[in-house]
Ligand binder design. Structure first.
Ligand SMILES: *Cc1c(COP(=O)(O)O)cnc(C)c1O
Length: 737
């Protein structure tokens, strides 16, 4: 793309490799490999054991391999053929000129890319700087932007210890711990200036100047710049500014958001990047709008109000939170301590400055809201599903007293997932055969997905079955290790080898254990749940994963209750909990389950994306009609699900206990009367044809809509460059202006 895509660290690494393996260094430093055809085997083969222990980090694998092993591979013609095929694919990808964007929006040039800001990015498990849905969405956003040729750069923070890691003790209580990221061994590069010193920017935080250095992770054609304050010349406290993701108190939080927003814009300037659009993915990055304004004021000498419209014309915002309490707000005192030096540079008084983030004007105690600031300073704002758009318009009506609710300027673009990342290689291979070798680049084409009907049931089933076996083997491996680690009884440890059964209907439930996600709903009537799971002829099994935020005691109690439930003698071999949910665990789960369960309290799931990942793998959703599933779920004339199941009635009540009771009753009934009978209706060869019909419907109806290529196409045509009439039909989005 531009010369900045040369990665010096890759050149240095390649010099340590035997000649025929040199190009592995280029692959290792570009996360493109993680969604290429090959995915893992090229790096894994070097040292399968270390591949696991280093967290699937290709740079660490190459750095630590012995020369003896490397030369052994360098004389293996099969291995060399694999490298040459993959590098050919890589070079073609990186130099491709005829991209989707070059056809529909050639005016978006790499000189003026979209700058995409987010507090977390989930690209791959070897770059653990994400906590969950928001980060994974951001990672998938960059990957699809790269695939479609959208000029984009990402801006985020490089957390020394990332998000906390999860371990459960023998009481089933979550214990949190942190692991240091060793940046120099990761597939990222520290940006240097012309003198060969780390390039830094400076900003004032808590009355001290802080120096920030910048790392780059390469995500296909997109560069992701990550800010890091862990430098010797910073105050020890400031070195921890980028220590933890979502750790610490309000003060850490605002400090991090200053680094992300203000530091992010300064980073772009230092790199000579002049974005055409600043996209704030969630309110955390909203201070960036102020810095864009400050730069313009400094350059032009104009007042804030003179340049406000020009700043606004370049900023866009995506909100993700459907509850008021989920939006960051800071007290006026806190704002004073962080911004007293700053508002004069905007030529604003304290009152004028604080008004930018105030929901209501005139109240001196009114906190400063990041979402409010973003809504005020951005020309376009959107929620992440149709329902979430509605909820957001209602929630933020207060800012637009002159407008009726439906005219509140917040639209929606429904989230999606990056198909090549989340589709199991074994199914991708099947799609290659039946949908065409170019299926990954045509993910938005519903006609192409219709061809799923041509896949013979047996073919789809054996592949799904293998993926389920893989998931179960992985679950046993992880759980056995966890039990050994806890010092559990010998027999319990040994019994892990027969935990779960690939022939049994398998449900997956993996999500943050936040009370609103209702991880306990399935156990609400313990007797009935035991009858369903422990049924002798038609049993059901479930695999759980997910963390509770360290400060969320109630969430931790839900996990503890689940662990207690796992021990019940009637079902102990049918229930499993995989610790430390991350992208890798997520992939194994969404690729191997029969049914994906999602039972949040409506409408608190803004979109959700894990259920979308399941669809690409032939799994079937059983979910409350919330978030994306409101748009995905299809029923026949009798109200029976065609492509999955809907939990709950149309009636909604604010009485939480009553709602839980209605929804759990509905869930039990679905399991007993529909899901279990359908799954066990199998022919003499054990093939459940009617079930497979539903798997195919799940793929056909959802895959063309809930992928990030469709989502990026919508962002380009409705948000980034609304003046173009793209050749891609807007499929779901509607952004009100
Ligand atoms: C997809 C994913 C999420 C987000 O899924 P939800 O449906 O929003 O719960 C969170 N964590 C991981 C590891 C994921 O892969």
């Amino acid at each position: 793309m531009n010369n900045s895509s040369v990665i010096n660290a890759a050149i240095a690494l390649s010099q340590k490799l035997p000649i025929p393996l040199k190009r592995l260094a280029d692959l290792a430093y570009n996360y493109w490999w993680s969604w290429s055809t090959d995915r893992v085997s090229l790096f894994q083969t070097i040292d399968p054991h270390h591949w696991e222990s280093c967290g699937h980090n290709p740079v660490a694998i190459l750095e630590s391999a012995t020369y003896e092993r490397l030369t052994q591979l360098a004389e293996d013609p099969f291995y060399l053929k694999q490298i040459s095929e993959l590098t050919r694919e890589f070079d073609k990808y990186m130099t491709q000129q005829d991209t989707w964007v070059s056809r529909v929006a050639p005016q978006v040039s790499s000189e003026h890319p979209i700058a995409y800001f987010c507090a977390e990015f989930g690209i791959h498990e070897s770059l653990p700087i994400y906590s969950g849905g928001l980060g994974i969405l951001a990672g998938d956003h960059l990957k699809s932007a790269s695939d479609l040729g959208v000029p984009m750069v990402g801006i985020g923070l490089l957390y020394r210890q990332g998000y906390f890691r999860q371990k459960l003790n023998h009481n089933g209580w979550q214990e949190d711990y942190y692991v240091d990221n060793l940046f120099h061994q990761m597939p990222i590069e520290l940006i240097k200036n012309q003198q060969g010193e780390p390039l830094t920017i400076e900003l004032e935080v808590r009355q001290r100047m802080v120096k920030v250095q910048i790392w780059r992770a390469q995500v296909g054609r997109v560069s992701l710049y990550l800010l890091d304050t862990d430098r010797h010349d910073n105050d020890p406290i400031d070195r921890w500014l980028t220590g933890h993701l979502y750790g610490g108190n309000q003060e850490t939080r605002i400090a991090q958001e200053v680094v992300l927003g203000i530091g992010g814009v300064r980073t772009l300037t230092a790199l000579g990047i002049k974005p055409s659009v600043y996209h704030l993915n969630e309110g955390h990055a909203a201070f960036s709008t102020l810095e864009v304004a400050r730069e313009e004021i400094e350059r032009t000498g104009k007042s804030f109000y003179d340049i406000e419209a020009s700043v606004k014309s370049r900023c866009v915002f995506t909100t993700h939170t459907p509850v008021p309490a989920g939006h960051d707000v800071f007290s006026p005192d806190m704002m004073d301590s962080f911004f007293a030096h700053y508002w004069p540079k905007l030529r604003l008084s304290r009152e004028q400055f604080l008004a930018l983030g105030a929901r209501r004007l005139g109240d001196p105690w009114e906190p400063f809201g990041m979402t409010v600031l973003a809504l005020r300073m951005c020309r376009a704002s959107n929620g992440v599903s149709e329902l979430h758009g509605q909820v957001s318009r209602k929630m933020w009506m207060v800012l637009y007293p002159e407008r009726s609710e439906d005219k509140v300027p917040i639209g929606y673009i429904t989230n999606g997932v990056h198909a090549p990342t989340w589709t199991a290689p074994l199914l991708a291979d099947l799609y290659n055969q039946y949908l065409g070798a170019d299926w990954k680049t045509r993910a938005i084409d519903p006609k192409m997905w219709e061809k799923v009907d041509e896949i013979p049931d047996e073919e789809l089933w054996w592949r799904h079955q293998i993926l389920k076996e893989r998931l179960i083997a992985y679950a046993r491996y992880k759980i056995k290790k966890a039990r050994e680690h806890r010092g559990e009884d010998y027999h319990l440890v040994q019994s892990t080898d027969s935990l779960l059964n690939p022939k049994v209907l398998t449900i997956g439930f993996a999500r943050r254990f936040s009370p609103y996600k209702r991880g306990y709903l399935l156990m609400r009537d313990a007797e009935r749940a035991l009858r369903i799971f422990g049924n002798a002829e038609r049993p059901v099994q479930i695999i759980f994963a997910g963390k509770a935020h360290p400060a969320d005691e109630e969430g931790k109690r839900i996990i503890q209750r689940l662990m207690e439930w796992c021990k019940h003698s009637a079902i102990q071999h049918r229930v499993a909990f995989i610790e430390d949910y991350d992208i890798y665990v997520g992939q194994k789960l969404v690729q191997g389950v029969d049914v994906w369960l999602n039972n949040p309290r409506r409408p608190l799931e803004a979109s959700g994306t894990s259920g979308q990942k399941v669809c690409f793998n032939g799994g079937i959703n059983c979910s409350v009609l919330d978030g994306w599933w409101c748009e995905g779920y299809k029923a026949d004339a009798h109200g029976k699900g065609i492509n999955g199941w809907a939990i709950g009635e149309d009636a909604h009540t604010s009485d939480q206990d009553l709602q839980d009771s209605i929804d759990s009753e509905s869930l039990y009934r679905l399991l007993e009367e529909e899901i279990v009978p359908l799954f066990y209706e199998q022919d003499a060869n054990g093939i459940p044809h009617r079930w497979i019909q539903m798997m195919k419907a799940s793929i056909k109806t959802n895959a063309p809509l809930f992928n990030t290529d469709r989502m990026i196409a919508d962002y380009v045509s409705q948000v980034y460059v609304p003046e173009i009439a793209t050749s891609v039909e807007p499929i779901l989005a509607k952004v009100l202006v």
